[in-house]
Every structure is written in C-alpha cells, then in structure tokens.
Design a protein around this ligand. Structure first.
Ligand SMILES: *[C@@H]1O[C@H](CO)[C@@H](O)[C@H](O)[C@H]1NC(C)=O
Ligand SMILES: *[C@@H]1O[C@H](CO)[C@@H](O)[C@H](O)[C@H]1NC(C)=O
Length: 333
C-alpha cells in the first residue's frame, strides 16, 4: 500500500516536472549546436584580455585598466537563435558593462539594426541589472529599453541568455524562459530589425553611464573583471553563401517563424515581468506620451502606470572600443 502510493507520488512528480520542463524549453527548436570559438567567432579587441578555455568552448573576456575585450561572429545572420551561457564578474562591479548583442552597425552605419542584452554592474552588495533593447533601421531616436532585476545571482553560476529573431517576432529568454516578446507589426515598419546582423560579446568600461547614470565609476583596484561565456550557439541563417557550416535554407526561416510561446510560457513570462521588470519604455509616459505602436500593455502595466514617473538620462555613446554608435537611454538607478 505504502509502496504503491509512493510509486504514484513519484509518477506524479515526474509528470509535473516533465510538464514544467516542456513549458520552459524553447519550443520546437532542434539541436542547438554549440560551436567552439574557432568555428564561429573572431576576436574584436582586447588582445590578451580574451582567453580561451576548455578547448575553445569557453571564452573569458576581461576588463582592466588597459582595455576591455570583445568578440564577434565570423558571419552575419538573417534570423535565428543566438545564445550563450554567461557568468558575470562578482564583487564590486560598478561601471562595468557586459554586452551580448546582435548588430550590423559596422555594415549599415546610418540604418543599423540591433538586439541587446546589456548587463550593468553595481556597487558591492547591489545586484547586476539586465537591460534589453531593440533598434531597427537606424531608429536610435526611439529607445525600446526594458530593465529587469534578476531572480538569481548571475555572478555565481552560468545562466543562459538567448535571442530568437524571426520574420515575425523577437523573443529574449533567460534560462530558456521568455522575458520579452516583440511581435512585428505593420505600424513598426522599419523599426523591426530586418537586415543581417553579427553576434557580439563585449566587456567595457561604462563609467560615464552604467551605474546610477555615471555616479559610480569602475574601480580598477578590483580588476580584472572577468565575464565568462560558454555554450555558444549560432543557430541562424548565415548570409554568406560560401559559409561551410550552415547555408541559409528556406526550412530554417520557416523554423524560426514557427517558434512561438506556449500559453504556459506566456503565463510564466507575465509573472516574471510583473515581479522583476523595473522599467519599460512602453510605460514611460514622459518619453512617449503615446506608447510606440508595438506596445501591448500586459498585466504588469498597472503597477507601472500607478507609480507613474520614470527617470531617464540620454547619452549619445559612440564606443571607442567597438565602433558601435547608438543612443542608450539609461535609467537612473
Ligand atoms: C543533432 O545534431 C547532430 C550533429 O549534427 C546529429 O547527429 C543529431 O542527429 C541531431 N539530433 C537531432 C535530435 O536532431
Ligand atoms: C530604412 O531607412 C532608409 C533610410 O532612411 C529608408 O530608405 C528605407 O526605406 C528604410 N527601410 C525600411 C524597411 O523602413
């Protein structure tokens, strides 16, 4: 009797965990092949501040007084799933910025597209914050920032950060849980990224804006600051036809277009956003008296609209480190 009830208990537990796993996995994605650094990437800057580990399957980028560091994908991609497991520098990290993003700013200077995860360091004892952003066709005048607190310590372990970009939508995931979706709409026009982009990972000194709008600078007494990247995934349509690894096939585009969120994933996303999102441009009536057209005010909107104000601080930033030109709106923490 006892053993059969525990059997059913275990069965029930397995069913529930299978359900949970299913709802948190990227739906319908085959085989996210991870690449070694040599197979898919190339160093951008930072000489010896980029170090390969585990036979090139992990990359450490460090920031010290001399320089930050960065790498980029060898190819440009039109749509796909782009992902890395990242472990952020611990301890005092004010002013330190780690970015994992897609951009084509070096190819299309005036009409660039961009999809960002940006990690903003903090003073000791205060948590890293994560910002996502979307630019399309040079739409740098319209910032589409969102900012979140994390529900884990991103300096303790690796966590997976992923971007799905298809013809139809963009989804940002943390540990395979969607945290943001941008559905392409007619009204968005060229503001929806639509040209091939490269994938980038960088660490750099954001002293003049990253922490409390520049109040806290990078303190090199605590250097080097090391960000670790692993499980690098480039599952996309490489646009270079000479690409040996992965030609762009029609079925790929269909595959990416077919990726959506299950009802459960959507519920999880909404719960997370309600709890952990600290800023969204969609709720910022000071910057956007009328929200940009793609904004769908989810359940989290109420509390934002009730609390009202948002303090933004614009800085035009052209990073000397990687030639990226964009306007970043930075929330004063
Ligand atoms: C995943 O990719 C590997 C290598 O390309 C292949 O051998 C394997 O069959 C694939 N698995 C699935 C489930 O597609
Ligand atoms: C992108 O911007 C350029 C220059 O402003 C414009 O000519 C082009 O039509 C835009 N593309 C889209 C898709 O809106």
């Amino acid at each position: 009797m006892a053993s059969s009830s525990s059997f059913f208990f275990v069965l029930f537990f397995l069913l529930v965990s299978a359900l949970f796993l299913e709802t948190t996995a990227l739906p319908e994605l085959p085989n996210l092949t991870t690449l070694s650094f040599e197979e898919g990437y190339t160093q951008l800057f930072g000489d010896s501040n980029l170090m390969l580990h585990r036979d090139g399957m992990a990359v450490h980028l460090s920031l010290d007084q001399r320089t930050g560091a960065g790498f980029a994908s060898q190819d440009l991609y039109l749509h796909g799933v782009f992902s890395a497991s990242i472990k952020l520098p611990s301890d005092y990290a004010a002013g330190v910025v780690v970015a994992f993003y897609m951009s084509n700013g070096d190819v299309f200077e005036k009409t660039h597209d961009e999809l960002d995860f940006e990690f903003l360091g903090n003073i000791r004892g205060r948590e890293w914050r994560v910002q996502t952003n979307v630019y399309g066709n040079g739409s740098t005048a319209v910032g589409r920032e969102e900012r979140y607190g994390l529900w884990f310590d991103p300096t303790e372990d690796y966590h997976r950060y992923s971007i799905l970009w298809s013809n139809r939508r963009i989804i940002f995931y943390i540990d395979n849980i969607p945290i943001r979706e941008v559905v392409r709409s007619q009204a968005m026009g060229g503001d929806f990224p639509s040209k091939p982009m490269s994938l980038y990972a960088t660490i750099w000194d954001g002293s003049n804006w990253a922490t409390s709008g520049g109040r806290y600078k990078v303190n090199y007494k605590f250097a080097p600051y090391v960000a670790e990247f692993a499980d690098l995934v480039l599952h996309g349509c490489a646009v270079d036809p000479s690409d040996r690894r992965r030609a762009c096939q029609a079925s790929d585009a269909e595959l990416y277009d077919a990726i959506t969120m299950s009802a459960d994933q959507r519920t999880t996303m909404e719960t997370l956003r309600k709890k952990h999102m600290t800023y969204s441009y969609c709720h910022d009536r000071i910057r956007y008296p009328a929200p940009p057209p793609e904004c769908v005010l989810g359940p989290e909107a109420e509390s934002f609209l009730a609390s009202g104000e948002a303090k933004f601080n614009y800085r035009r930033r052209r990073s000397k480190h990687y030639g990226r030109s964009s306007v970043d709106a930075v929330l004063l923490a």
